[in-house]
Ligand binder design. Sequence first.
Ligand code: NIG
Ligand code: FE
Length: 405
Amino acid sequence: MSLLLTGIAELTTNDPTHADGHVDTRSDPGDALLGIVRDAALVVSDDGVIEWVGPASEAPAADERRDLGGRAVIPGFVDSHSHLVFAGDRSAEFAARMTGTPYDGGGIAVSVAATRAASDDELRRLVAGRVAEMRAQGTTTVEIKSGYGLTLEDELRSLRIARELTPHTTFLGAHVVPPEYAADRAAYVELVTGPMLDAVVADGPTALAESIDVFCEPHSAHAFDADESRTILEAGRAAGLALRVHGNQLGQGPGVQLACELGARSVDHCTFLSDEDVDALVAARGTTVATLLPGVEFSTRSPYPDARRLVDAGVDVALASDCNPGTCYSSSIPFAIALAVREMGLTPAEALHAATAVSARSLGLDRRVAPGQPAELAVVDAPTHLHLAYRAGVPIVRALDLPNA
Ligand code: NIG
Ligand code: FE
């Protein structure tokens, strides 16, 4: 049974082939970037694959028909950076930050203790609830990191629970040095790169984790310096994992350069960048994406990075939530889009592209709305995607549920 979706006032395809012929160039220069089709229709097969995309006037027949009432349809958001596997509550830490206490990564230990103490079922319930919360806001693909276990058993448990909900899991044993290793950091790096990593890839390189990540941050006593980060990333790469890096979050540092040098898929945060960092990101385009996480700057009272400068220089810029209990307990990509537009200089079209096509690329995915692609779509209660930033804070976007997909 195929399904014809009609009543789509504006369809974002992320497919440049639609930039010819169907674009109304009077309306928005972002239309070409987004491959917009106005008054569009889509045919989806009963196994959730897109069969046809184009103007409604040319739509083929299908077994069933659903009218979306003049709404906008966009590719589902790809949230390529989240830390959903945690228990406990750190709202008091947030409140303290709002009155001036700086973030230094020390609070991660609070979440580690609570996560270790939680039962499997409790953790599973918490993670599933957060993924559902994301879906209700238009996110159809999510990357989930471990990193609040920090023992071999608790890291494996975190990855297993995350894997029940997404194939895009990331081993973040190198989130911080846990308190019990504070006096012997080298021993913890050996644990992460030895027994932990061996266990993560024991059933095959990507059976439990797709990527490895490290919090590379010399400005935090809890995180990892350049040499430690290099050791961890090289071990992960040798074990067959893709690389991701938390870099340049609390100040300028080695994270961006290291990520670009090692061919990481993504370097995330990029809050404090030197001119050399921008040059390295430009040279690494096509390989390493700069993933900006504006919810973190919001929730830590940090300066926003200049996304306009990065895009103008030719850097691949993605947007993600970084949903986590410390620096940003928001699962909302529309919130990240609104901040990127209001505070970081992206156009609404660039921000939507960053939260779909580019974030997808950082996970090795293609997020075009095109024949043969999975129908991972979101619907906006508005005639155009521009409302995502324009109506900030209003819940107008949700994942599109299809009958059999
Ligand atoms: O992406 N910076 C490292 N990790 C998280 C924060 C984790 C926490 O504070 O719980 C981040 O900001
Ligand atoms: Fe993070």
